[in-house]
Design a protein around this ligand. Structure first.
Ligand SMILES: [Zn+2]
Length: 417
């Protein structure tokens, strides 16, 4: 039965719900800060968020509306935001924290991850458990998480964070496409009943045949797509002229590349026709994405979202995407942390601070949307998360030590709800 909310009034410290013909009385909380950023609407200076005991948003009030509140208002210095959505993470690589050298470029980074990712199950689980908790404390309420095995399931099912698991396809050898795809489907079923999709790792690591199997599957099933894109110059070199570092990498992997010919186009422009038009697609990193690639994505009419993980880009390639080039079109932008193999912490505020440092013209009122509502919309959970709106339970963060309504290098995060 849908609760009857007609008895609710913001001017009471309690509200009642009619549930199964009985009235239940609940306490309200009033949280105020220098700014409330609801995200779905304009920031409210000295606003008040009204919420019930289960963290459900009952209202957002401006100072005039809140002047007659009879209850106690808890006031904080800083900005109240919705909980963060980390749209790209690899929780299962948490045990690699501090193990992979910085600034080596993507190809060496991938070689290092392949060589070092094997570890005892206990060590892997313990690192995941710790970092799931740290993400929660860092104000993250939902995560799009890449997985290559089932180990993270036990952490996810006991977590307070919402996870959507992206089961990653890795296989450039066309002869192995069916086996790789069937194993991914098995893994997806192992994650049931939790939300999961089968996704390609990257253009340089998934054969056309494997992309074809995924496309067929995605035409018939609801299946979000999340793919690493143009994280290195080498990826474009491979597709444009079969040159650069990847031919040597595949030699190191003992993978014959005779089946692959230069395509004279950037990687993403080659792969674009292989993605199902029915899928929402998140392209992650985009460090070497050019305006003509963005134009091709727009022209395709496909539902493309761009995810930026700036700390990981600086860690691996020492370079950031040209973010300003992504702003003048209708595609949504999200933010991710990537893994602890290429980051010091899984903290969205830290990613937003790097964006502010390198793109000072981007207001926090814009980047906060990338880190909350856009990620929630991509994951299909914006009915609950992503903005401070009536009826949602988005979690609330306090961003402290700000500069008015802007982030500062010394800004910190405190999870309120
Ligand atoms: Zn990644």
């Amino acid at each position: 039965m849908k609760p009857n909310l007609s008895q609710y009034s913001i001017l009471n410290t309690h509200y009642s719900l009619l549930i199964n013909n009985s009235y239940f009385c609940f306490m309200l909380r009033y949280l105020s800060a220098d700014y409330i950023f609801p995200v779905s609407s304009e920031p409210v200076k000295d606003g008040v968020v009204v919420l019930n005991e289960s963290g459900e948003i009952m209202d957002v009030l401006n100072p005039t509306q809140s002047s007659t509140i009879p209850g106690t208002i808890e006031h904080f210095q800083g900005i109240i935001t919705p909980g963060f959505v980390n749209s790209h993470c690899h929780l299962e690589l948490s045990h690699l924290h501090g193990k992979i050298p910085e600034g080596t470029g993507l190809v060496s980074f991938v070689k290092n991850v392949i060589s070092q990712r094997t570890a005892g199950e206990e060590q892997v689980l313990s690192a995941m458990k710790t970092n799931d908790r740290l993400m929660f404390e860092n104000g993250i309420v939902a995560v799009g998480d890449i997985s290559n095995n089932h180990l993270s399931k036990s952490i996810k099912q006991n977590s307070s964070i919402y996870y959507h698991t992206f089961i990653e396809l890795l296989g450039f050898d066309p002869e192995k496409a069916e086996a790789v795809f069937n194993r991914a489907l098995e893994l997806k079923s192992e994650f049931a009943p939790f939300p999961a999709s089968v996704v390609p790792h990257a253009p340089y690591s998934v054969s056309e045949k494997l992309f074809g199997l995924l496309r067929e599957y995605s035409e018939r099933h609801e299946n979000l797509c999340s793919m690493h894109n143009q994280e290195s110059r080498a990826e474009n070199d491979l597709f444009i002229s079969k040159s650069g570092e990847f031919p040597d990498f595949y030699k190191w992997m003992k993978q014959d590349l005779n089946f692959f010919n230069a395509r004279y186009q950037s990687s993403i422009q080659c792969i674009l026709p292989l993605l199902s038009a029915k899928q929402k697609t998140l392209l992650v990193h985009n460090t070497f994405t050019k305006p003509e690639d963005i134009a091709a994505m727009v022209a395709s009419g496909k539902e493309i979202n761009w995810c930026f993980c700036p700390n990981a880009n600086l860690y691996i390639e020492g370079k950031l995407p040209e973010i300003n080039k992504f702003l003048d079109h209708s595609h949504k932008i999200t933010v991710g942390t990537d893994s602890l193999a290429s980051n010091d912490k899984l903290c969205i505020l830290s990613e937003l601070k790097v964006l502010k440092e390198h793109f000072p013209e981007l207001p926090f009122s814009q980047t906060i949307r990338w880190a909350t509502l856009n990620g929630a919309a991509f994951l299909g959970i914006d009915n609950r998360y992503g903005s401070i709106e009536k009826g949602k339970t988005p979690g609330l963060n306090l961003v402290k030590n700000v500069n008015g309504s802007e982030l500062a290098p010394y800004s910190t995060i405190k999870k309120l709800i």
